[in-house]
Design a protein around this ligand. Structure first.
Ligand code: HMG
Ligand code: MG
Length: 279
């Protein structure tokens, strides 16, 4: 393995908490983000400016952003699905936005009530008006909970569209954690023909225990940015069977000496939310 630095994007406060049944108090979320901020992480996905009707757990996104203590050098990001979300995220002074779409039409409909093409249309004004850099997520890049296997030729055009509208980073999501390393390598081989590896992040869920092997396979292909959640919490409410993200601790251990993240501080942060988790 090379010794290049690895960047971990901590998505626990957003992807980790969005699927929790019990509502976690706003002050607990703030304490969680603040604890993560002192662990050496340089990017934390704090919440989502999505519809509170669709994801009630993250309805307090603005309050969480107002309550956290921002550490210089740490980027505090959030999901933004449309212009309504954009206005809310601007008000919250979010450092980086993430638009999100999918490689499966059925998942896109279930997740945001729109086709993939419609999501890209919604994102254009978001990108045009965004005062900060924007990441683009492609969910169900390997498997869809409704359509099954998704081939790379369905993923690549979505990545091209996200780059075309100005996304500075593409996060490729194994939403239901079903991919195996060979599939990861195959998708990256074709993706790297149209997208520089520096712009790629991998977003693995660990449903079948393959996330670490998949992270290693991605690293061998040159990827240096990985999404994960402290304590491996999480899952998407619109993807039946999706369990937690790969654990940040597991990635810090896999990429030992390359992340700058303290395992002790991570554990302290995870302890803050653990008592509130039902799963
Ligand atoms: P919609 O209901 O189709 O929206 O939702 P609409 O445009 O028809 O508006 C209906 C009402 O919602 C209106 O209010 C809007 O103002 C309001 P009303 O006039 O009825 O009073 N509204 C909003 N309110 C607050 N914030 C907003 C917003 N937008 C509209 N942003 C929408 C469309 C996209 C908003 C909805 O489908 C939604 O919020 N979906 C949430 C999906 C979600 O959060 N999924 C989980 C994240 S994705 C994921 O987990 C995968 C990932 O981790 C990667 C991976 O693992 O693969 C990223
Ligand atoms: Mg996810």
């Amino acid at each position: 393995m090379s010794a290049d630095p690895i960047k971990i994007v901590e998505v626990g406060p957003r992807d980790g908490l969005q699927n929790e049944k019990s509502i976690i108090p706003t002050e607990t979320k703030i304490a969680f983000v603040d604890a993560l901020s002192s662990s050496g992480l340089t990017e934390i996905e704090v919440s989502s400016f999505v519809s509170p009707k669709w994801v009630p757990q993250l309805a307090d996104a603005l309050e969480v952003f107002r309550g956290i203590t921002r550490v210089p050098g740490v980027v505090y990001s959030a999901l933004v699905p449309n212009e309504v979300g954009l206005d809310r995220a601007i008000e919250a002074k979010v450092d980086k936005f993430s638009v999100f779409t999918a490689a499966s039409e059925t998942f896109s409909q279930k997740n945001v009530g729109a086709s993939i093409a419609e999501t890209i249309k919604r994102f254009r004004p978001v990108l045009q008006r965004s005062p900060v850099p924007v990441r683009g997520y492609v969910s169900t890049a390997f498997y869809c909970p409704y359509e099954g296997k998704i081939e790379p030729n369905a993923v690549v055009p979505v990545i091209e569209d996200l780059l075309d509208i100005g996304c500075v980073e593409i996060s490729i999501g194994d939403t239901i954690g079903k991919a195996i390393p060979e599939e990861v390598t195959r998708l990256l081989e074709v993706t790297l023909d149209i997208c520089p590896v520096e712009k790629i992040a991998m977003h693995f869920h660990d449903t079948f225990g393959n996330a670490i092997a998949n992270s290693s396979a991605s690293e061998r292909m040159g990827v240096r940015v990985f999404d994960s959640s402290a304590g491996g919490i999480g899952g998407c409410p619109f993807a039946p069977g999706a369990t937690g993200n790969v654990s940040t601790t597991a990635l810090v251990r896999l990429f030992e000496g390359r992340t700058g993240i303290s395992l002790e501080k991570l554990e302290e942060a995870a302890k803050i939310v653990r008592p509130f988790l039902t799963r």
